[in-house]
Design a protein around this ligand. Structure first.
Ligand code: MG
Length: 171
């Protein structure tokens, strides 16, 4: 399954007291939640932009404008699934996704397994094709002061229905 396209995506949301913190479609116990038009899931938002970048689609803001009431409080799983359909329509499929979540608090170690499983389920790819890593902000910048949570994601796409040999032009 040769990777023929790669894409990168990043997202950051400011945190405020209260609200519901969702990361990778998983509810996280925390005193603070994101200030966002949608559910503020930085993990899925970064992945959507990575998919869009790899497939040559418009970015998340253009595909799902925050001025559109349809996306108010939107479940980002729905946005990811809609993006995946656009990627498939272009003849690509997801090989793998690698993400790093930047959060000072809460500690995300206990949630990494659940997030990984949920992302694999949403993308329809094996568990070993998904990597979820977590870093603190070392007490520096907005992430380090626990004022924001951010995510960086990279995805690899292959051509749907194409063997490795075909992708390399050997067939
Ligand atoms: Mg976002």
């Amino acid at each position: 399954m040769a990777i023929v396209r790669v894409g990168i995506g990043t997202d950051l949301h400011r945190l405020a007291e209260g609200g519901r913190l969702i990361l990778g479609h998983v509810a996280i116990e925390h005193t603070h939640g994101p200030v966002a038009h949608s559910d503020g899931d930085v993990v899925l938002h970064a992945m959507i932009d990575a998919l869009a970048g790899a497939a040559g689609l418009p970015d998340i803001g253009e595909m799902f404008p925050d001025t559109d009431p349809a996306w108010r409080g939107a479940d980002s799983g729905v946005l990811l699934t809609a993006t995946l359909a656009k990627v498939a329509a272009r003849g690509y499929r997801v090989v793998n996704v690698d993400a790093t979540i930047h959060a000072q608090r809460p500690k995300l170690g206990p949630y990494k397994t659940a997030i990984r499983a949920e992302v694999a389920r949403l993308l329809g790819i094996p568990l070993d094709a998904v990597s979820i890593k977590a870093k603190t902000g070392e007490g520096l910048d907005a992430v380090g002061r626990a004022e924001a949570i951010a995510c960086t994601a990279v995805v690899g796409l292959s051509v749907a229905g194409c063997s490795d040999e075909e992708a390399r032009g050997e067939k």
